[in-house]
Write a protein that binds this ligand. Sequence first.
Ligand SMILES: CC(C)(COP(=O)(O)OP(=O)(O)OC[C@H]1O[C@@H](n2cnc3c(N)ncnc32)[C@H](O)[C@@H]1OP(=O)(O)O)[C@@H](O)C(=O)NCCC(=O)NCCS
Length: 159
Amino acid sequence: MKIRPAKVSDVKAIHALIGYYAERKEMLPRPINDLYENIQELMVAEDKGKVVACCALHVSWEDLAEIKALAVEQNYHHKGIGTTIVATLEKRAKELGVNRVFALTFKPPFFKQLGYKQIKREALPHKIWGECVKCHLFPDCGETPLIKNLTPATKSKRK
Ligand SMILES: CC(C)(COP(=O)(O)OP(=O)(O)OC[C@H]1O[C@@H](n2cnc3c(N)ncnc32)[C@H](O)[C@@H]1OP(=O)(O)O)[C@@H](O)C(=O)NCCC(=O)NCCS
C-alpha cells in the first residue's frame, strides 16, 4: 500500500470512488472537472497499481484548511487507510504553516476518534460557505463540521 500525490491519470478512479459513496448519500458528489482542477490537493492510496482511497487538503484561509473528499474502497475498510491518508494531509497542512484543519462530514465518529471536535457551522469563516452555495444540497446538506488543532511542525535541529 502506497500513499502518494494523485496524478491526472487517477482522476477517473477517484471520481468513481467518490461517486459510489455519493450515490449512497455517504458523501457529497464531486464533478470530474473539479477533480482535475484541484488535482494538486489530492492524495491517493494505491494497492497493486489500483487507487483504493482518496482524500484532499484544501487551504481555505490563514491557518485553516479543509480535509475533504475522503473515501476508502469498501474492501479496504478498517485497515487504517482512512486514518493514514488523513494523517498524511494533516502533516502536509503543518508543512504549509496551517495549524487548524476542519472537515464537513456525514461520519463525525470517524473524525472524532482522530481528535476532531464538533463545532457550530457559524464558527467557520464565511468564505467556506461560498463553495457550499454552489452545492445542490445547500443550505441543508446535513454534514457536521469538526475541527482539529494541529501541533505546529517542529524545525529540524542541525548539529
Ligand atoms: C469513513 C472511512 C473513510 C473510514 O476509512 P477506513 O480506512 O475504514 O478507516 P480506518 O481503518 O482508518 O478506521 C480507523 C477507526 O476509525 C473508526 N471508523 C472507521 N470507519 C468508521 C465509520 N464509518 N464510522 C465511524 N467510525 C469509523 C473505527 O474506530 C476504526 O477502527 P477499527 O477499524 O478498529 O474499527 C470509510 O469508511 C469510507 O470511505 N466511507 C465512505 C465515505 C465516507 O463516509 N467518507 C467520510 C467523509 S464524508
